[in-house]
Ligand binder design. Structure first.
Ligand SMILES: NC(=O)c1ccc[n+]([C@@H]2O[C@H](COP(=O)([O-])OP(=O)(O)OC[C@H]3O[C@@H](n4cnc5c(N)ncnc54)[C@H](OP(=O)(O)O)[C@@H]3O)[C@@H](O)[C@H]2O)c1
Length: 209
């Protein structure tokens, strides 16, 4: 994702909660690093303040962090601690970083917020299983719609994007290459000013909610 942003001409900051691994990843991608734990109010505030201090503006926010693709449990026997952790990171993490970033985007009258969601959060096709993950992504999709509607006309476009099944740590082997998942996200970053907001997409095509 960071490499594609750099390719698009963006000054890019990779964030991660583990500074050692984050710094290494940022170095490999040729981008800046900022420590960030989206589950911590303090960390989000400190990170966004530092980025704003160094760069004066934030144009694009990619809410990518997520945990607990809980294929091992069902809603009927779920560990609610797991559900709570998933909501804390997957939903509230994106909400927190948006809260901290939107004022900066408003100042410039321009912004792109991309919430990395999943078809697992689509109510249209939702069945049993992965309850923590699916509920958190359905919540994230609702957040996308509400925020997009509230920011209509400000120059800030907010969309949910599913990267598809991607061969990452979470996706495991067999998924498509990370470059393809990242390209699905880039589409929502590179939208023209009159582009869509408040939608749910994969590879630039609408997904059912
Ligand atoms: N892979 C797929 O097939 C697939 C499909 C649909 C949607 N998605 C979505 O795509 C996004 C990226 O997933 P992925 O496949 O790359 O998963 P991943 O390999 O598990 O990576 C998730 C990343 O989120 C980070 N993270 C977790 N909690 C965090 C926190 N509190 N603060 C900051 N970072 C945190 C993790 O950091 P650590 O390394 O420190 O744990 C990890 O780097 C997620 O939103 C996921 O739901 C993935």
């Amino acid at each position: 994702m960071c490499r594609q942003l750099v390719g698009g001409g963006f000054t890019t900051i990779l964030t991660a909660r583990d500074p050692e691994r984050g710094l290494l990843a940022a170095k490999n991608a040729g981008v800046d690093f900022q420590q960030l734990d989206v589950a911590s109010e303090h960390s989000v505030h400190a990170a966004i303040s530092e980025i704003a201090r160094r760069h004066t503006r934030i144009d694009v926010l990619v809410n990518n962090a997520a945990v607990h693709y809980d294929s091992w449990q069902n809603a009927a026997d779920a560990d609610l601690d797991i559900v709570q952790e998933a909501l804390e990171t997957n939903l509230l993490g994106a909400w927190r970083t948006s809260l901290a970033t939107v004022p900066l985007m408003r100042q410039n009258g321009w912004g792109r917020i991309v919430n990395i969601s999943s078809q697992g959060g689509s109510l249209a096709s939702m069945g049993g299983g992965t309850p923590a993950y699916s509920v958190s992504k359905a919540g994230l999709n609702a957040f996308t719609r509400i925020l997009a509607s509230e920011l209509a006309g400000t120059g800030i476009l907010v969309n949910s994007v599913c990267p598809g099944w991607v061969a990452t740590d979470m996706g495991g082997p067999g998924g498509r290459p990370v470059e393809a998942g990242a390209a699905s996200v880039m589409w929502a970053i590179l939208l023209e000013d009159d582009g869509p907001t408040g939608g749910f997409y994969r590879d630039g095509k609408p997904l059912p909610w």
